[in-house]
Design a protein around this ligand. Sequence first.
Ligand code: ADP
Length: 329
Amino acid sequence: MPTIKKIKKIGILCSGGDSPGMNAAIRAVVRTAIYNNFQVFAIMRGYTGMIENDIVELNSRSVANIIQRGGTILKTARSKDFLTKAGRKIAYENLKKHGIDSLIILGGDGSFRGAEAFSREFDIPCIGLPGTIDKDIAGTDFTIGFDTAVNTAVQCIDKIRDTMESHDRLFIIEVMGRDAGYIALHSGIATGAENILIPEAKTNIDDVVKSLLEKEKRKKLVNLIVVAEGDDFGGALEVEKYILKKMPTAEVRVCILGHIQRGGSPTCLDRLIASRMGYHAVECLMKGPHNVFVGIMNNKMNYIPLKDAVKNKQKIDKDWLKIVKILSS
Ligand code: ADP
């Protein structure tokens, strides 16, 4: 059994894109750490704040009344300087000034790669918490923020459906997901979409047009296409352009949901997983394993080495797409 480095002072930061539930995770980390007699420091604006020494101590009250708030009280950023060894060295010197001897990082796979490089170079144990609305990290069934984002998308699509039904229109709705189609798939199934276009499955746009023409013959004029922003054919505007070329008289409208999906009060599920993961991140610093990120698989905690953190490129089960087809007929 490798000996676990004794820690006293934990730094916590958010990095990359924000996601609802990050505050719940910060709260869980701070309170668990203080319960176990550690000091906790907020590193503001991710790795940027680490390099610029934007670091302040937190107490239990610092995280009062934040569990229900979207975004992150620590702010988040992307840092080019942290990609360089020189930048990381400055960050390390700043941690030393505060006596910070361990880190908890909320972010996506990019942030975890940064943490892994840092832990290797400076012997600072790092624990990652998967905070991303895209649910695109391998090794965890949940990421902090996905459930809120997908529920926001569902609420928006439900509202748009009222207009679709009233006017017999085809709506193409673009949801977030540059590399992953989970938001599109989940929100599309939950709102009865006729077609769901995602990066994980090759889009045959002529098949989409064929199905619309066939539905037109059956006088089914209300149709919903949900497309992930990173679909291989293109986003909602490209899909609209192609459909109008083939069906010039179709009543088509496009709605790009955009950043609305990132914000808002986290759902109960996001608050729960964030609280659970935050608690276990501190446990990991105390008892090991170190240099892992905390996931949940089959309702059990799962610890994945930071060096193995990768975007989830798994193929979406064909059953899902079959379900979409059958249920929307
Ligand atoms: P996400 O964590 O959401 O995937 P990014 O990929 O933008 O977001 O990564 C966030 C930050 O993590 C980057 O701005 C950079 O500072 C740091 N980072 C990413 N990859 C590396 C790397 N290979 N080495 C060091 N730092 C990295």
